[in-house]
Design a protein around this ligand. Structure first.
Ligand code: PMP
Length: 358
């Protein structure tokens, strides 16, 4: 009964995650999951945690996730005190809003980007202004040269898939020496340049990544942030005022195993990139315009076909893609890169739905 709600609850606009369909064998290309599964070493690590230490779940996990943060520091070439971990990068971002972005001036992010950002802004009462992407959905970094309480950019951006080169991120940082600049790199491993290389030079830079996509661990919920120890300390203070044990024992050991298996990481992300390029060509042959993608999804629009109707017709065939009923992008489909077979099933279905002009 809403009369019992806290005031703020009336003002929230909760994020809607992509559908997790109830059918048994969906072609599921709607939530940017990785089609290949995590490194086999992850399963071995989970089994070892459950088997060798049969009673380990009785005990709380390490509240500081030290072994996991050490693995991230090793992999990313940074120091332990530059690493924060959270229960998915969504939780990391929540702490960023709470701990680093609540200032007098509004924060800035693009009009078309990850739709969780405005949701967090409402929850944490952070003022924001959105800046329009260019007509081709690229980000004009010069637009972010104005007073702000922080800047938040997904690179590659979602749901467009377009990436900024590192030189543009540097220009953004040079233009904003006095506000926190957050680069959300959820998809960076599929073809963009990481700003982690810049954290030692820019104390205002915080880079956020996830194990959900390129390490195929969406179900384990592990994300992290890298930045100056002062930024990390703010996040740790928020975390320790919220939940001391956000990363459970299984997530900690599984994530370490995934980070240490570089061979699996490289093999699977390159397979996704190759399939993405083939899918792009197939969609173009069907008359779609496809934005250049540095992510594990493509963003495509068709001049003659309504995107919402296509998504609905695909859904009837148990093929799931993401369609956002939002300004500027309601004629686009966001299609996650699946296996070659899943993408072929999508393309075959589209061929029957689209009357390709002969
Ligand atoms: N950032 C972006 C841009 C995303 O698309 C997602 C996935 N929905 C996330 C962050 C959150 O990912 P996770 O919580 O699984 O780490």
């Amino acid at each position: 009964m809403s009369r019992f709600w806290s005031d703020i609850v009336h003002r929230l606009a909760p994020y809607t995650p992509g559908e997790q369909p109830a059918v048994s064998h969906p072609v599921k290309l709607n939530t940017n999951e990785n089609p290949y599964g995590p490194s086999p070493r992850v399963l071995a690590a989970l089994n070892a945690e459950l088997g060798d230490h049969a009673d380990s779940l009785r005990r709380y996990p390490d509240p500081t996730s030290r072994a996991l943060r050490e693995a991230i520091a090793r992999r990313m070439g940074v120091r332990l005190e530059q690493v924060f971990v959270g229960n998915g990068s969504d939780e990391v971002l929540a702490h960023v809003f709470q701990g680093l972005l609540r200032h007098a001036d509004p924060i800035l992010f693009p009009d078309v980007t990850y739709s969780f950002y405005p949701t967090y802004a409402r929850l944490f009462e952070v003022q924001y202004s959105t800046l329009a992407l260019e007509a081709d959905f690229s980000i004009d970094v010069d637009a972010y040269r104005r007073p702000n309480g922080g800047v938040l950019i997904a690179n590659p951006n979602a749901p467009t898939g377009r990436a900024l080169p590192l030189s543009e991120i540097e220009r953004l940082l040079d233009a904003n020496p006095d506000s926190v600049v957050v680069i959300d790199e959820a998809y960076v491993d599929f073809g963009a340049e990481s700003a982690v290389a810049l954290v030692d030079r820019y104390p205002q830079l915080l880079v956020v990544q996830t194990l959900s996509k390129s390490r195929s661990l969406a179900g384990l919920r592990v994300g992290f942030a890298i930045g100056h120890p002062d930024l990390i300390e703010a996040l740790t203070r928020v975390k320790d005022s919220f939940n001391s044990y956000p990363i459970d024992r299984l997530a900690q050991v599984g994530a370490v195993a995934a980070l240490d298996d570089v061979e699996w990481f490289d093999k699977t992300r390159h397979a996704v990139m190759a399939t993405r390029d083939a899918l792009t060509a197939d969609l173009q042959a069907l008359g779609f315009s496809v934005l250049p993608s540095a992510a594990n999804f493509v963003f495509a629009t068709h001049a003659e076909e309504d995107a919402g109707a296509l998504a609905a017709a695909l859904r009837e065939r148990e093929i799931f893609v993401r369609h956002f009923r939002l300004p500027r992008i309601d004629q686009f489909l966001r299609i996650s890169v699946g296996t070659d077979a899943e993408c072929a099933a999508l393309v075959e279905a589209l061929k029957t739905l689209i009357k390709v002009a002969s």
